[in-house]
Design a binder for this molecule. Sequence first.
Ligand code: NAD
Length: 310
Amino acid sequence: MTRIGFIGLGNMGGPMAANLAKAGHTVQVFDLVAENIDRAIAAGCIAVGDAREAVTGCEVVISMLPAGEHVRALWLGESAGERGGQDLLAALPAALPVGALVIDCSTIDVDSARQVGEAARARGLRFIDAPVSGGVAGAAAGTLTFIVGGDAADFEAAKPLLACMGQNLFHAGALGAGQIAKMCNNMLLAIHMAGTAEALALGVKEGLDPAVLSTIMGKSSGNNWSLERYNPWPGVMENVPAARNYQGGFMTRLMVKDLGLAMALAEHSHSAVPMGALARNLFNLHAAQGQGSRDFSSIVELYLDKQDPA
Ligand code: NAD
């Protein structure tokens, strides 16, 4: 069994850490939010005082944070607003045997992933970027898809632990490749979620039942993950954010972040991404209307008629 440090216990990290504990590993956890730590303790994890303590004595350390700035602050010590950074990489050689494995599962910009990975290697540590797909339900069920960038040997070393949290484990290529593949995926996800919302809204306005229309499209050529597994229309599916007023799940502002990362990538390689750019504008507009903290499938509300107050 492995002693694991786990930092970032939000919508995704919380259930991921719980699955590692359930598999019998010793999981030392830390988050900035006390309730998240309490939930992890209830799931069998071990609470410590801070991030530095969480990595003490661990062979493997996993981070699951919102964005590149948080990851750089944690691992490199770059200042993150008032909090300042933590520079955990500097703490690791003292706390861990050389060659300890750092796994960052956050979805972040490629440059940050490479920067942290190279800094880790310079200190004799191993690092993989391992963003995930599958949402909060996948994190809870241990069925996530891991998309890994880094050395093949480090991917192999991480596999047994990743398998406690996920079902599909992919090695996308060298350092940063996990993030690139994840951005391509999430750009496509945003496009088919917006398209699914649009098609359902059209049918409903023309008098169709959203559940019946979902079943028809689900067995036809319009089928896709947003329709089949994460239906955005309330009342069509249980156990999805649409069934609980879009609470939990994948926040709209995180999708906006990911689409921004995809646009930066497109600029880097001079790629045309007209559908992705449109999806980014739609989710940005939705977030600007105060919806940033709700699940991204609430984009369906953009397509609904509002009552005219006049
Ligand atoms: P979240 O905001 O729910 O969780 C992030 C957690 O990190 C919070 O609990 C926060 O307190 C903690 N945190 C931030 N800085 C910290 C620090 N310095 N030390 C300790 N804890 C710190 O976000 P989430 O939905 O869990 O997403 C995490 C990452 O996973 C993001 O990069 C997101 O894009 C990606 N992701 C999310 C989903 C999803 O469906 N929610 C799916 C796939 C990937």
